[in-house]
Write a protein that binds this ligand. Structure first.
Ligand SMILES: C[S@@+](CC[C@H](N)C(=O)[O-])C[C@H]1O[C@@H](n2cnc3c(N)ncnc32)[C@H](O)[C@@H]1O
Length: 359
């Protein structure tokens, strides 16, 4: 049915299709909190280890109240995260969901992504006045779920790809790391990438830096736990001011676009890297044109861009606001402005692209 008013003509079927799609998205919005709840209360772990379970059994095993366990299970079953068997009244976490929801090292691990998203959404009220004034909202101002969720989201992908395929894609870098190289990991957050590289290359030394003191404190304790503190140190420093020079490799993992002054950072990297050194830039997967990114990954990343990464950049000097989906051409412009002469995309995954810049 078509309805015409003074201003718009509406196709009734298309309207209802859109409304029902939006109902699914309201469920998905609430599901972000449900996934984080299932992760933090141990529901997924218990279902993976002991399932199929009734709601009473899940409540008992998790030490949580039955009404919460029951309603959570039903929401998860309606969303096809679980299956429900009416005959036994038991819920099952299928093996694929179990892998994605409980295996912290798997590149398919999802709770960190949800934790990052939910933390980001919790801070969204702060952005209304910022959007009106053009002010920023810094990484350091967010709730800790943003920082922890970020680590838990990216680390599995670094674990799967960094040593195995990303570093080997760079010209001559693995040979240097094996012999003994110096590496600066800039904007390192909780140091997941720094520690993975240190574990893989025992002859090399690493300096991780980040402007956020709490992240550096966490990175320092993570390195101690991993037993690599003898070759890894961390410092609080902005990307245009980290210490040291003559580095064989400078790395930036998912942080260049968060910076207010990426060109200033590029100039500092150019001054700090050895003449035959390498700047490895890992950025969110994106094409150069908006239309390249109008897909599910682009949707999530443009969401993070609006609520997290662009406000972070705007909170700093210059406030270039590259955006999470900057794409290789704009990153290339940044490296060129910083004094690098060679540039290329050397690897990619569904979530990340790996860019190599050389002096
Ligand atoms: C999305 S997180 C990525 C953290 C880490 N590299 C990872 O992959 O898990 C972005 C990081 O950039 C850092 N950051 C933002 N602006 C910065 C700047 N100007 N200098 C140094 N670090 C910065 C933030 O503190 C945050 O830790």
């Amino acid at each position: 049915m078509t309805t015409t008013t003074d201003s718009i003509t509406v196709d009734g079927d298309k309207l209802m299709d859109f409304v029902f799609r939006a109902v699914d998205e309201v469920g998905a919005t609430l599901n972000a909190a449900l996934v984080v709840m299932g992760d933090k209360l141990g529901y997924y772990r218990i279902l993976a280890d002991k399932g199929p379970l009734t709601s009473a059994e899940l409540a008992e095993s998790s030490g949580t109240a039955l009404p919460y366990a029951r309603e959570w299970l039903n929401a998860q079953a309606a969303g096809e995260y679980l299956t429900y068997d009416p005959a036994s009244t038991r819920y099952t976490l299928p093996p694929e969901q179990a892998a994605a929801l409980t295996m912290e090292d798997s590149p398919a691990f999802l709770p960190g992504f949800f934790q990052l998203a939910l933390g980001t959404v919790r801070d969204a009220d702060n952005l209304l006045s910022a959007a009106r004034s053009g002010a920023g909202f810094g990484w350091h101002e967010h709730v800790s779920d943003v920082h922890i969720g970020c680590e838990r989201f990216f680390r599995p992908s670094y674990h799967a790809n960094l040593v195995e395929s990303w570093l080997p894609a760079l010209d001559g870098v693995v040979d240097k790391l094996q012999r003994g190289a110096t590496v600066a990991d800039v904007g390192c957050g909780h140091g997941a990438s720094t520690i993975l590289m240190a574990q893989a290359f025992p002859n090399s030394t690493f300096v991780g830096s980040d402007y956020h003191p709490e992240s550096i404190a966490t990175a320092t304790s993570r390195a101690a736990d991993a037993g690599v503190s003898d070759r890894v140190r961390f410092e609080v420093a902005a990307a245009n001011a980290f210490s040291g020079s003559g580095f064989d490799l400078v790395t930036m993992f998912d942080c260049l676009h968060d910076m207010g002054d990426p060109v200033g950072a590029a100039r500092h990297v150019r001054a700090a890297v050895a003449a035959d050194g390498t700047w490895m830039i890992v950025e969110p997967m994106a094409g150069d044109h908006i239309e390249d990114n109008l897909n599910p990954v682009g949707r999530a990343y443009y969401g993070f861009s609006t609520l997290l990464c662009t406000p972070a950049s705007l909170s700093q000097d210059v406030g270039l606001a590259l955006g999470t989906q900057a794409g290789p051409a704009r990153i290339h412009d940044v490296t060129t402005a910083g004094g690098f002469t060679r540039f290329g995309r050397v690897a990619e995954t569904p979530f990340n692209q790996v860019l190599e810049a050389r002096p």
